[in-house]
Design a protein around this ligand. Structure first.
Ligand code: ATP
Ligand code: MG
Length: 307
């Protein structure tokens, strides 16, 4: 649906993008993740035709992005810092933008009412936005992006500054939009949320794509589960780490003092094998199973998250 190849973009001396590739598949919720300054917002601005790349190509549904107007009608954007007319109400802001898109009449009013309802804004929609909470303003920004009924939504940190309850509500809104047929690109620093929301991710660092894949497939490469075994001393942990690393089912072993962390794919079959080998060697003081997080995946591919 969107294909971006080898994008570069320079702002004066800063090389914001140095070879960025991205693929957004129809119907997916795709995450764009990377540390501060990695180039996420620059990428989203390019995809939404707000700025032009210095080199590289982007197509949206096979149409080159240079044909701005045609592409813009297919895309709705929620920018990192949405600008709203705070003295207006959400409804009048939406009316104003609708008219800018050349819409009007009863059709526009009823579409706005539908969007307001679907984003749970009906109680506040006719009040000035200066009295809105951060969460309400974010939802107005999504409403604005939805106004011309685009197929694709680009959301740049839509959930930053939201409390956990509102984040959850927002996550449900994004999932619902996806169920209704929207293809969604979302950037966010909360990798836990990205993991829950997205089917696939592009990990970027320093203006370049490090890896792009489905989260399932990345997990398959890094392991699905980590087993943490606490033993009595560092010597025992070192020996155990060494021996466990020779097992076929073990994807990765790391050691932190008396703790041995073993990454595996298949908990049902692999855990008994590991516990057997470990308990034959030494006393296990504690054993714990954790899911491999998207942050673990990020660490493996990008060598650390500093977002
Ligand atoms: N208009 C601009 N003028 C100068 N430098 C810019 C401009 N926009 C972005 N940059 C620089 O380009 C790089 C990438 O910025 P970008 O905003 O795309 O990163 P980001 O991944 O969105 O970061 P964050 O997580 O902080 O939002 C940064 O070094 C930034 O300072
Ligand atoms: Mg940004």
């Amino acid at each position: 649906m969107i294909v971006a190849n080898d994008l570069t973009k320079r702002f004066g001396k800063v090389e914001a993008l140095k070879g960025l590739d991205l693929h957004l598949k129809k119907g997916s919720i795709h995450g764009l993740i990377g540390p501060n300054g990695a180039g996420k917002s620059t990428t989203i601005k390019i995809l939404s035709t707000l700025i032009h790349p210095d080199s590289g190509d982007v197509t949206v549904n096979d149409i080159p992005i240079k044909r701005g107007v045609k592409v813009r009608s297919m895309i709705g954007v929620v920018p990192e810092t949405p600008r709203l007319h705070e003295n207006k109400s959400a409804r009048s802001e939406l009316m104003y933008h609708g008219r800018l898109y050349g819409m009007g009449g009863k059709e526009l009013s009823s579409q706005i009412s539908d969007i307001i309802y679907s984003l749970h804004l009906e109680d506040v929609a006719d009040r000035p936005m200066r009295g809105y909470s951060t969460g309400m303003k974010k939802r107005v920004a999504v409403a604005l992006a939805l106004l011309h009924d685009p197929e694709i939504l680009l959301l740049d940190e839509p959930m930053s500054g939201l409390d956990p309850t509102i984040r959850k509500q927002f996550k449900d809104i994004i999932l619902e939009l996806n169920l209704k047929g929207k293809t969604i690109l979302v950037s966010d620093h909360d990798l836990y949320t990205v993991d829950e929301l997205c089917d696939s991710v592009t990990i970027i660092q320093d203006g370049k794509t490090v890896v792009e894949d489905t989260i399932d497939s990345l997990r398959h490469k890094t392991g699905n589960i980590a087993i943490e075994l606490k033993v009595s001393d560092m010597m025992a942990a070192e020996k155990l780490s060494y021996d466990l690393s020779s097992l076929d089912c073990v994807i990765d072993v790391s050691q932190n003092r008396e703790l041995v962390i073993v990454k595996i794919r298949e908990p049902e079959t692999d855990i008994p094998v590991i516990i057997r080998m470990a308990s034959e060697q030494t006393a296990i003081l504690e054993a714990r199973q954790t899911k491999i997080t998207l942050e673990d995946i990020f660490m493996k591919f990008a060598g650390g998250y500093h977002g």
